[in-house]
Design a binder for this molecule. Structure first.
Ligand code: ADE
Length: 228
């Protein structure tokens, strides 16, 4: 699988893949990461990529030309590339999207900076558009990293233990039960005693009850999906 980050600021993205699980996955050739800078496609003599908004409004908008040319070159290289735009004005990205997108062969994330991207680029090239939440970031790079991280851990082999994919939060609409590590007692705080007794069916039902409690408290709307 290939992820291409279409961004003016690849430095903001690169560091994330230089350590930990995703670095190991790249070393094992489970996926690769590429970068494409729209500025390299600008026909402006100063390599400008943005301009004031037509019709007025605050801030600068990314011009269509550099992005049209960058995305055409990407599609010419790989006609199966799946192009995802990041903007706060879109449907929210959820865990099911992460699973679904992990089956693509090539995803390109297009990040806007400034006040956004000329809508004609999105209209022409977007296979899908996502927001990662109801707040405004300074650009789409963090949002594309969030999505890339969530997608890539669903690629076979990226996580050591694929069980961890099936029992985690949002796989069943319930939030995951609390986890504990050793020691069993730390600074007078104990792990729930049922977790220590080794009766796995009792541990499972306790975890389900704790999951329901957490979900009811933090995300009550999720319980409706679970019919509780
Ligand atoms: N760009 C700026 N804010 C964003 C958000 N919340 N989600 C996705 N892309 C963005």
């Amino acid at each position: 699988m290939t992820f291409t980050f279409v961004t003016l600021f690849s430095n903001l993205v690169e560091g994330y893949f230089n350590d930990s699980i995703l670095q190991r996955a790249i070393e094992k050739n489970l996926f690769c990461v590429k970068y494409l800078n729209p500025r390299d496609f600008s026909l402006n003599k100063h390599s400008k990529v943005d301009d004031t908004a037509v019709g007025g409004g605050a801030g600068m908008v990314m011009n269509p030309q550099p992005l049209f040319d960058a995305l055409d070159s990407l599609k010419k290289e790989d006609e199966n590339v799946y192009i995802v735009f990041l903007t706060p004005v879109a449907k929210p990205f959820v865990q099911n999207d992460a699973k679904r997108l992990s089956n693509k062969s090539h995803i390109a994330f297009v990040s806007g900076r400034y006040e956004g991207i000329d809508e004609r680029v999105i209209e022409k090239y977007a296979d899908e558009v996502f927001s990662i939440g109801d707040y405004i970031l300074t650009g789409g790079e963090l949002a594309s990293l969030v999505i890339c991280d969530a997608v890539s851990r669903n690629i076979d082999g990226v996580l050591g233990n694929s069980d961890s994919l099936t029992i985690e939060s949002f796989e069943s609409s319930l939030l995951e039960a609390p986890s504990f590590s050793k020691p069993k007692c730390y600074e007078g705080l104990n792990v729930p005693s049922e977790y220590l007794k080794g009766n796995h069916s009792r541990i499972r039902s306790l975890k389900l009850a704790l999951s329901e409690c957490k979900t009811k408290f933090f995300r009550p709307e999720q319980l409706k999906k679970h019919n509780i």
